[in-house]
Design a binder for this molecule. Sequence first.
Ligand code: ATP
Length: 339
Amino acid sequence: MTTSKPIPEVVLIEGDGIGPEISEAVLYILEHAGARITWKKASAGLGAFEACGTALPEETIEAIRTTRVALKGPTTTPIGGGFRSINVQLRKELDLYANFRPIKSFPQLKTRYEDVDIVFIRENTEGLYSGLEHEIVPGVVTSLKVSTRVASLRIAEFAFSYAERAGRKKVTAIHKANIMKLSDGLALECYREIANQHPQIEYDERIIDATAMALVLDPSPFDVLVMENLYGDILSDLGAGLIGGLGLAPSGNFGQNCAVFEAVHGSAPDIAGMSVANPSALLLSSLELLEYLGQTNCAKRVSRALQKTFETKEICTADLGGTSGTMDFAKEVCKRLDE
Ligand code: ATP
């Protein structure tokens, strides 16, 4: 007698801006692909803020604590005021300390480089994103960069363990310890300590600004990069640019008990409601989610269908030089699922 595994529950936060449009497209594709997921919708973002005065309701956090896994659409972060970034809050509340951002070329898309394959691993809980900002006197503001041994050791361990599991060769630590001697200096000490425990993985260190230039000139020497919060935010967007843009960059946030998958890009208010957003980054994040849930075959089928869709440029979305709308693109991916 065979007993089928229970269908996992996953929290879905559609988000705002282009979030609802790309979420609809991703759910449509996953359903056609036969993904075994029961979605539990939860709210966060501008809509939640307008409806209940909080951008990240307690029920949403509790729902993720219960299911331990979520797919999240982008949520708008007001600039220069308003509520705190939902991403930053979620990562802190659920202690999602590691942000995993794989950047891999799609051979079907013509970009400056053909074989980019870099994983950006970003510390998610501290650094300059700690939200500790103070106005000392009018006209003088400080923003604290927090660096702890605990957080630096665990992000380094995450990076090296991933490199080992995935058969990667090298981990590069990105820093600015020549200027931030104490904070980045402490992080480097921790990275070196963990590197010594993984002698089979090559380890080196590079300064953030020089790395940005080196990545643009030639991304091929880079393998797995580990770094603090702000550096990871900036360099991984640069990485997305190397393979065709933010519409193609997935990510996963991991803690001891929970995982939240989301696209690297934001809510793109400039194109929200126009049905032109590229759903691929959220779709690729959902494939990371399927892998996490052990539904590898389903993830592979969708990935192949997506790549076949990229082959016909016209049916791509505008950011990739095509003319398709978000849902038309999703329907094309579905057509190719069983080719
Ligand atoms: P955040 O601060 O929340 O990360 P951001 O200010 O970096 O957001 P995004 O919302 O990521 O900005 O958008 C940056 C640019 O990329 C915008 O011009 C936007 O239209 C475009 N963009 C982002 N995501 C997509 C997408 N999925 N499809 C097409 N264009 C996108």
